[in-house]
Design a protein around this ligand. Sequence first.
Ligand code: Z5A
Length: 207
Amino acid sequence: MIRGKFITLEGGEGVGKTTNLTFLTHYLGQHNISVVVTREPGGTALAEKIRHLLLDKDSEVISEHAELLLIFAARAQHIKLVIEPALARGDWVLCDRFTDATYAYQGGGRNMRVSTIEWLENLVQGNLRPDLTVLLDAPVEIGIDRARARGVLDRFESEKINFFENVRRAYLLQAELHPERIKLIKANQPLADVQRALVDVIGIFLR
Ligand code: Z5A
């Protein structure tokens, strides 16, 4: 059995990850590829409970270490129950955010040490890394406006603009550090253009 591909979508608030994940799922379906669509934090019953704790705006103050460890606890569960079994049976996994989000939000946004994140990444993931990561990038105001248009903001979305600028910077640094894996697509262009770029990037795996 040929192992499936592990593809992640990343980017700040409202850049269009969910919209493009749906598009990509249909596109791969047309190529007869069996796809598991999932997200982080989340993807299993326990990990979804952790997601709820992390996004709850009315919770007690969550310490930065607690936040980081909860994210990796959810990830450990997600990898074991969903991601690894799917890849092993030959399915492709499309995941809305993964560990690049931890480098961006906890590393960039919360200013946590990169070496701590790396240590947890190695512990929880072993050798597992995405085969491809699409980074949707747009000026933070654009994404925030799109997210706010949706209504109630969660615990992350309630952060100040400076936080999101730091998140974006950390994402761009990840792309610079991993140019083979991370492909950047400008998200502040018409959706049809974003999706054309997405098809180009994914095409490498379909040949
Ligand atoms: N988090 C973390 O801190 N550390 C971690 O390791 C991980 C996560 C994994 C939950 O993520 C939170 O978890 C996240 C970081 C933290 N923080 N926040 N916030 P999430 O992925 O569930 O939440 P999100 O980033 O807020 O996703 P989102 O707001 O749903 O955005 P999106 O999926 O990127 O966008 P969308 O829903 O596809 O699009 C938003 C709107 O824009 C929608 O109306 C679209 O129709 C529209 N859109 C999309 N593309 C376009 C273009 N090109 N033009 C015009 N309009 C567009």
